[in-house]
Design a protein around this ligand. Structure first.
Ligand code: ADP
Ligand code: MG
Length: 357
């Protein structure tokens, strides 16, 4: 295992117009860390991972493994193990032959190779499957063969690009636990790519949230969930309302904002918020942190119910406050509330947070 650093890394593809696929990205991944690149399709996750693997070279910037500068080193000189969405296994070879492939290229002897293939199959809970043909395995088992094939070379970093996308929902949840367990046991630094925020939250030590080629925030799952840096991160991780509210006063770590109708509320803010009186603050609040109350309650946000959906655990509502469509997920909804009713929303200021645009 080794630490991996991306320093001001950009990638522009020829004939791809003005925008960079990856734009000035700085990431430091600790040795043994499970680090995830998360973001919507096209935000630059795969391009970033391929630069770490050596399949693309950056247009600008440097990549280091430990102290070594690997920026322009070819893939086969980097000691990385790759796992892709579409397994990329050789269908005409046995499981053992597939796993042994990287060792054969590295000219590892037959006896040592056998031992390491058995060890890798054991790691992914496929001991005894060596002689099976690939097409005799389920999708989840094939993905574990791909993982064994990556691990068998004892890579310094394990790179995984949406490895669970081809599995059905239940298997996806089981396999993500497995991947995390195997990575922990092997102690390998892992860089994982996904567009699925729940997957990223469940598996990762830290996450980099990407948008349009840029990293918008890096942090532990809880940090990104509770203290999103931008409106995009707040909406992409789980669900969130981002309210535009007038700034009445501001200090180093909080902002007092006015509420529509009447009242004001003090909301925690990052130290670099830069907001001043008279400006508009963006305040993130999650649907589960709003509760329903009478529209006459002082300090409540008042609006009309435009959608109402009972899910068993909670009732999801959309409330039009005149301009903003506020989502609420309420556990206790007074009986008889219906679309068209005027209601109040009580905000939990402990769970509100100022975000950047
Ligand atoms: P993600 O993996 O997050 O979906 P990608 O890294 O694949 O995103 O792509 C980022 C951007 O770079 C996209 O706009 C994509 O169209 C562009 N891109 C990716 N690969 C190439 C390529 N080989 N040539 C030109 N443009 C590319
Ligand atoms: Mg991709």
């Amino acid at each position: 295992m080794i630490d991996v650093t991306l320093e001001s890394v950009s990638k522009r593809f020829p004939r791809a117009g003005d925008s960079a696929a990856v734009d000035n990205v700085d990431i430091s991944i600790a040795a043994g860390e499970f680090f995830t690149l998360l973001g919507p399709s096209g935000c630059g996750k795969t391009t970033t991972l391929r630069m770490v693997a050596g399949f693309y070279f950056p247009t600008l910037g440097r990549i280091r493994f430990g102290q070594e500068d690997v920026t322009h080193r070819p893939p086969n000189k980097r000691d990385t193990g790759m796992v892709f969405q579409n397994y990329a296994l050789f269908p005409h070879m046995s499981v053992a032959q597939n796993v042994a492939y990287g060792l054969k290229i590295r000219k590892v002897g037959r006896i040592e190779s056998r031992r390491r293939v058995d060890e890798a199959l054991g790691q992914v809970h496929l001991a005894g499957y060596g002689d099976r043909r690939i097409d005799q395995l389920s999708g989840g088992q094939q993905q574990r063969v791909a993982l064994a094939r990556a691990l068998v070379i004892r890579p310094r970093t394990l790179l995984l690009d949406e490895p669970l996308s081809n599995l059905d929902a239940k298997l996806r949840e089981e396999t993500r636990v497995e991947i995390r367990r195997i990575q922990q046991a092997a102690g390998t630094t892992a860089i994982y790519v996904t567009h699925d925020q729940a997957e990223a939250m469940a598996m990762s030590d830290r996450i980099a949230v990407m948008e349009s080629g840029r990293v918008r925030q890096i942090g532990a799952p809880q940090e990104i969930y509770h203290r999103p840096a931008t409106a995009f991160v707040a909406r992409f991780i789980g669900r969130s309302n981002v309210l535009s509210l007038p700034v009445i006063a501001a200090d180093a770590e909080s902002v007092t904002v006015g509420l529509p109708g009447s009242g004001e509320i003090v909301v925690a803010a990052p130290a670099d918020h830069g907001l001043r009186q008279g400006e508009t603050a963006l305040v993130s609040v999650r649907p589960e942190h709003l509760s329903l109350t009478a529209s006459t309650t002082p300090g409540a946000l008042v609006g009309r119910v435009t959608e109402l959906e009972f899910t068993g655990m909670a009732t999801n509502l959309i409330i039009d406050t005149g301009g903003e469509q506020v989502q609420a997920a309420a556990i206790d909804v007074p009986a008889g509330i219906a679309v068209g009713d005027q209601v109040g929303l009580r905000l939990n200021r402990e769970r509100m947070w100022v975000v950047r645009p």
